[in-house]
Design a protein around this ligand. Structure first.
Ligand SMILES: O=C(O)CCC(=O)C(=O)O
Length: 273
């Protein structure tokens, strides 16, 4: 997979939000942190809405799109409040004005447009990871394009907004820098590689702690994970997965049953997503 940076473009095209070095770093490492990108009032709105949806207070949202923590589902634990039992909420942006406002926030969309070098953008899917204190389970190492396997080219970009401060103790995202350049790892190699990450010195994990309101961006082929939340602090993060509007959906490949893509900016193209 040819994920190289077009140096001439970075030098010559005015960027919308990022600096040329940010774009270079993203294409070198497969991930990038932009501190304080989302304004505090927008993050506060997002956090309140996440909790209201998790408590089932928002009418018209499908309860199937709420997934509880495994230990709660198994009846092993309960939490002090319903929103503290939820692992994730997903595919909500097209149905909820607050979440839709966030995925359309110009600061975030500008940054994605800079990274993908296009203003023709759609949203593939979105997920609110609630990672509650004490019981929030780990997210094992993975590549998003294994799940988003029907979308080509495989260069979606996830913008992950920290609602709370994300630290190693409460399970911030971690990345294997440069792993987007390995391409999609097939089933045979997947488990073997997953087991080596973090133990093999050649496959070191880089933590991406974030202050509330900061956003990390990762490429859909970048290996990433998060540890269990062993702290008393919440670690909510909202992941919005963007794709090029001229990407194609391979009909023969089974992807997740996501809702129709949201046009975020620019043009749409016949025969494309
Ligand atoms: O928030 C997490 O713990 C996992 C997030 C993730 O895997 C993603 O955004 O692709």
């Amino acid at each position: 997979m040819n994920v190289v940076i077009d140096e001439q473009r970075v030098q010559s095209t005015p960027l919308r939000r990022l600096r040329p070095d940010d774009v270079r770093r993203f294409w070198r490492d497969g991930w990038l942190v932009v501190e304080d990108l989302a304004p505090p009032d927008a993050v506060a709105r997002l956090g309140s809405r996440a909790d209201a949806i998790a408590r089932g207070e928002v009418a018209g949202l499908d309860p199937d799109r709420v997934q509880k923590e495994q230990r709660v589902r198994a009846g092993e634990v309960t939490a002090a409040a319903p929103e503290l039992e939820v692992r994730k909420l997903y595919w909500l942006a097209g149905r909820d004005p607050v979440l839709e406002g966030h995925v359309r926030h110009p600061a975030i969309v500008d940054a994605v447009a800079d990274l993908l070098d296009t203003d023709d953008l759609k949203l593939y899917a979105d997920q609110l990871f609630m990672k509650p204190p004490a019981i929030g389970a780990a997210q094992p190492w993975h590549q998003d394009s294994r799940s988003f396997a029907d979308i080509f080219p495989m260069d979606l970009v996830t913008a992950w907004t920290a609602i709370d401060d994300a630290t190693l103790d409460n399970g911030c995202l971690e990345f294997v820098s440069g792993s987007h350049r390995w391409g999609l790892i097939d089933d045979q190699e997947f488990e073997e590689l997953r087991a080596r990450i973090g133990t093999d010195p050649e496959l070191a994990a880089s933590p991406g702690p974030l202050r509330s309101g900061s956003v990390s961006f990762h490429h859909s082929l970048t290996w990433h994970a998060s540890r269990a939340n062993v702290s008393a602090a919440r670690r909510r993060g909202y992941a919005a997965h963007y794709m090029r509007a001229d990407a194609r959906r391979a009909a023969a490949i089974q992807g997740p049953a996501v809702p129709p893509p949201l046009q975020i900016r620019g043009r749409s193209f016949r025969g494309c997503v």
